[in-house]
Design a protein around this ligand. Sequence first.
Ligand SMILES: Cc1ncc(COP(=O)(O)O)c(C=O)c1O
Length: 371
Amino acid sequence: MKILVPEYIKSITPYPPGKPMDELEREYGVRNAIKLASNENAWGSSPKAIEAIREALTNLHRYPDGSNYYLVRAIAEKFGFSPDEVMIGNGSDEIIEFLVKAFVEKGDEVITSHPSFLMYQKVVQVRGGVNRILPLKDMRHDLETIFNNITDRTRLIFLDNPNNPTATAISPGKLYTFLSNVPETVVVVLDEAYVDFMDSEMQVDAYSLIRNTKGRCGVVVLRTFSKAYGLAGIRVGYGLMDAEIASALQRVRQPFNVNKLAQVAAVAALADTAFYEKTLRGTREGIAWLRKEVEKLGCTTYPSQTNFFLIDVKGDAAALYEAMLYKGVIIRSMKPYGYSHVIRITVGTEEENHRFVGALADCLDELGYVA
Ligand SMILES: Cc1ncc(COP(=O)(O)O)c(C=O)c1O
């Protein structure tokens, strides 16, 4: 075999797959491990979505509806858009791919922040585009530096708002000013995966941003069913955008990109306000409690506009991550992102939160991080 893999593909680091939970439990000799590492929904999935999935199981021999007819209409109606302004993806990850496929040619530039959601840079690399990666300033997107780095080759700017992993959000006033200055040829992608958890005064008006693009850049708002709706495992997300942008994305997608179960689950979840409200309440209360308890242990915590937050553990984060695994608690070390003493945890159920705090207290003690 003499295959020729392009250099820009060879240079990509594959996404590191996590171990299945039972493998991990075997390796570390623990039982009932809990995962607070992936910003998932601690309360499961919307019961209405599960019921809808159950009903759809008898029809799996048929292809899904390639137009996502009911889901597109449910989203359009809920947020006041027209169906041709809504795009559905196999997770919002897939819409990120569509955007890069549709707008980036080899050598075109895409601006992202570091650290931010890693998927943006990866898909740009796959396309042979040029990543302009700019550091966060005080753990926030540095809009001034981003603006100063726009060139004739800039096609896309990705802003996860709130940002993953720092959980910070851009103040709406600053964002509106920034967007009014970005050139018309650029598309700014506001990735709102965690929008549901934001304080209401920090949320931006997606409708007016997308509609008022006359003489201004394009704006795409990405959302997901993976977080507040608890459907990470079935993969479904959506984008809101001008019909002209959506029309470009429609051209690069596969005909049946969203499976049947995901479509019915998302329609049901969107209408399940009881589950949604339970998630928001649990998240808010859980984060407040966790931050208080963790501070009592001598760590510093950072404010959050999401369902996760950062903790400065006052010692090496990678060693703490490893020690926590032996207690059966999976968290995320931020050392690979350049924050060597910081971990990220997702809010869990009340029971999981108690277990986390107990395990953290033991590990801090064992590692001698705080007095
Ligand atoms: C900022 C951000 N955007 C997008 C995603 C991906 O969401 P989805 O599950 O819809 O692909 C994530 C997942 O963690 C995320 O943190």
